[in-house]
Design a protein around this ligand. Structure first.
Ligand code: GLN
Ligand code: ZN
Length: 765
């Protein structure tokens, strides 16, 4: 039996690649310097994997930016605006495709970026043109294979398969079916395989994760055609699938003329029996038995009992691996010095996960006795986690058990609520507001940092934060905004901030995971039952309200978003953890109301991305996601107005559920798509109020008043004017004050013009 890995985090345990990339982009280091860092990281990562005892080491999982972009340059899929290359694509052109900009050459609009399946990793979307041609336009993969071989590693090159690659791309010019490109892309894949064969490569790993999706029939049948076309004596092909079950695609996948298949047993443990039954006697089955998407230590004894039957059936045709690439995990738990030992004993990062895979292999090959100590330690850790009083909170369980219908329903319907709300808020037509955050100046960041490191005491910290709040409130009054926010100066990150205040969360020092390019996130770890020991946002919101007669909007991050952007416990369903968070937030909402806050916004930007990969699982997910939002929000009086905010969301698929959330007002991103996003709201006849974003906060451009007026006039062709709000697309924390000032003044001016025009047409009518 053999142990291998699907991919290793490339960013480096201390984010070395991030630093090198950003230095290179800024011109602080040379290309040779950048390449040197890359080489050192690759060498270190290969060595770590070899030392852990893996039999096959992935090569090609390293990337300067993104593995899909790597595939595009490997296949010569470079849109013409980036240049016409006869030879290999230069690295600065590669960076320009990713970011629109590079140390040499002119700026060019970058390629689109979007989420990799249901992860928080973003890839660069391939762009296909009519008559798209392909050719090998990068030597990186082959050079890296040689580099690893020279170091004596037994390598397994890794790259994305033709169908997943085509699936992820977009037709940019012309109208044709992407599948038509199969015939012209296959010869290039054949060339890649031949080159690798000539390098003496025995196995390649071809990733086809789309096999866990609901595939249209023509895509499923394309697999057979495609892989028949790739058949060759060498190298052998291990086809990898992950993030879900093969289900109805299983027969197709297993019958392909390939030499091995990898399946994800963590996300889809139940597929094992079915797959084993279908397995022919000449193929390898690789089982993803260690969780590549989460940070929990594997229960090795349970894993071994799962492996018994397949081992008996397959013998040495059974391989072991993490469920997917480890790039979705932080690198090394050993670097954590501040987590307590108990909590630490429950965790495993990429480095520890490789040891787990190798331990399982040894137990299978040499018998459990050979690794008795490790197995004992594993079961000790697993047991300690199961019974730890830090994890289970009887009160939380009790509360969750008593969630009833009344708790998830506002007392009145929207139509009555809005009348009561209007009575108390007295808002003009086209009310103006923002999404919550104001510029996070370097001064604000420093204040937070100094407080965290103890340089600043609590009183001083509060004084300074109050000063920031006061400044934000006064500015908003000056601009003429109708609803004021406190500005979120105290928040480093919208999830981390709440996680730090809730019980059941832990934080790492180095738990970085690549989000896109050089950007990494450090998700909190939800390890136990979630509860709220004390109010979280009260002191800031009530202080802001004390400064102004205008209504101040309280600001919370919603339960689904907190869940989605954390490492979530694996010992209970995600839904349960989410509902626990929602109960904690419910208390916060009620406290805010009691303290005199009349409007409360619960941000849920991650609701759409939490949607499962398989459509059949959407409904249950949406049911609990909506329920969580309603638990959090429905505890208030009818005259308290609940807002929610979502950005980057495509709403068509989930608009009915968004309506079921029953927020009084929803603010969404629309300005970049010229209100196209609103189509879903129009078609569905969204019943409550809507604030379509009238300017793009991601761009430094100041949107002119008339453009904002035009956007709203476009919206009100379908949505009654009484239901429309004016607000930016998202929070303003990444902008500076002068930009914010111009944009918001324009927005208030746009609202005035709309009000006047409305009045004029009312009198003339
Ligand atoms: N209230 C948050 C802010 O204004 C919302 C951020 C988001 O939607 N991602 O920053
Ligand atoms: Zn947003």
């Amino acid at each position: 039996m053999l142990a291998h890995n699907l991919g290793f985090p490339r960013i480096g345990a201390k984010r070395e690649l991030k630093l090198a990339l950003e230095n290179y982009w800024q011109g602080a280091i040379s290309r040779a310097g950048l390449e040197d860092t890359g080489r050192r990281l690759r060498a270190a990562h290969w060595q770590q994997q070899a030392s852990a005892g893996l039999d096959l080491i992935p090569v090609g999982d390293f990337s300067w930016y993104d593995q899909v972009l790597d595939m595009s340059v490997l296949l010569g899929v470079v849109p013409p605006r980036f240049g016409d290359f006869k030879d290999d694509v230069p690295i600065d052109s590669y960076f320009r495709m990713a970011r629109g900009r590079a140390p040499t050459g002119e700026d060019v609009p970058a390629c689109e970026m979007t989420k990799w399946f249901d992860t928080n990793y973003h890839y660069i979307v391939p762009e296909f043109a009519a008559k798209q041609s392909f050719r090998i336009a990068s030597n990186s993969l082959f050079a890296e294979v040689k580099e690893a071989q020279q170091k004596g590693h037994h390598v397994k090159p890794v790259f994305i398969g033709p169908l997943t690659y085509l699936w992820l791309g977009k037709v940019k010019t012309g109208t044709f079916n992407k599948l038509e490109l199969v015939d012209s892309i296959l010869p290039i894949y054949r060339q890649i395989l031949a080159k690798l064969a000539s390098l003496g490569v025995e196995w390649v790993q071809i990733d086809e994760p789309i096999l866990v999706l609901d595939l249209p029939i023509e895509w499923r049948t394309a697999f057979e055609r495609c892989y028949s076309g790739l058949q060759s004596p060498a190298p052998k092909i291990l086809l990898t699938t992950y993030f879900g079950a093969l289900a109805e695609n299983a027969v197709t996948a297993i019958r392909l003329p390939i030499d091995g298949l990898h399946i994800d047993l963590v996300r889809a443990p139940n597929q094992l029996a079915h797959v084993i039954e279908l397995m022919p006697s000449d193929k390898v089955l690789s089982l993803g038995i260690v969780d590549g998407r989460n940070i929990w230590r594997t229960d090795l004894n349970t894993a071994l009992s799962i492996l018994e039957r397949p081992a008996a059936r397959l013998g040495d045709r059974l391989w072991l691996a993490p469920s997917c690439s480890l790039m979705h995990c932080p690198v090394d738990l050993d670097l954590e010095t501040e987590l307590d030992n108990e909590l630490k004993s429950w965790l495993a990062f990429a480095k520890q996960k490789m040891v787990e895979v190798v331990t399982l292999k040894r137990a299978m090959n040499e018998g459990r006795d050979a690794v008795a100590d490790i197995l004992a330690a594993s079961s000790h850790a697993i047991q300690s986690r199961q019974i730890s009083p830090r994890i289970h909170n009887a009160q939380v369980a009790e509360r969750l058990a008593h969630v009833n219908d009344a708790m998830i329903r506002r007392k009145d319907a929207f139509s009555s609520r809005i009348v009561l709300q209007q009575k108390q808020l007295k808002l003009p037509k086209y009310p103006t507001t923002t999404i919550g955050s104001f510029p996070q100046t370097s001064e604000i960041r420093k204040t937070r940092r100094d407080f965290k490191t103890g340089k600043l005491d609590r009183d001083m910290y509060i004084t300074r934060m109050r000063r920031e709040i006061k400044r934000a409130v006064r500015k908003q009054e000056e601009y003429g905004l109708d609803i004021i926010v406190h500005g979120e100066a105290e928040r480093n990150d919208m999830v981390e901030y709440f996680g730090e205040a809730l019980a059941g969360f832990a934080f790492t020092q180095t738990g970085w995971v690549q989000s896109y390019g050089s950007r990494c996130v450090k998700p909190p770890i939800i390890f136990g039952d979630v509860s709220r020991p004390a109010p979280i946002t009260m002191e800031w919101s009530t202080y802001a309200q004390s400064l102004t007669d205008r209504p101040v909007k309280g600001m919370l991050t919603g339960p689904v978003t907190i869940l989605q952007w954390s490492f979530v416990r694996d010992d209970q369903p995600r839904s349960k953890t989410c509902l626990q968070i929602s109960l904690a937030l419910r208390d916060e909402v009620i406290d805010l109301e009691r303290a005199g806050i009349k409007i409360i916004q619960i941000d849920e930007p991650a609701i759409r991305e939490g949607l499962p990969l398989r459509k059949s699982e959407w409904k249950p997910y949406l049911n609990w996601a909506v329920k969580a939002f309603r638990i959090a929000s429905a505890g208030v009086r009818s005259d308290t107005q609940i807002h929610t905010h979502m950005c980057y969301s495509e709403f068509n698929d989930i608009i009915a559920s968004i309506a079921e959330m029953d927020a009084d007002v929803i603010t969404i991103e629309t300005s970049r798509s010229d209100m196209e996003l609103l189509d879903a709201f129009v078609e569905f006849e969204y019943p409550n109020q809507i604030g379509p974003g009238v300017f793009d906060i991601h761009s430094p451009r100041v949107t002119p008043v008339e453009e904002m007026v035009r956007l709203i006039e476009k919206a009100q062709r379908h949505i009654p004017a009484e239901r429309l709000w004016l607000n930016p697309d998202c929070g303003l924390k990444t902008r500076d004050w002068p930009e914010v000032e111009s944009c918001l003044k324009n927005m208030v001016q746009a609202a005035r013009i709309l009000r006047e025009r409305g009045d004029a047409s009312a009198t003339s009518a």
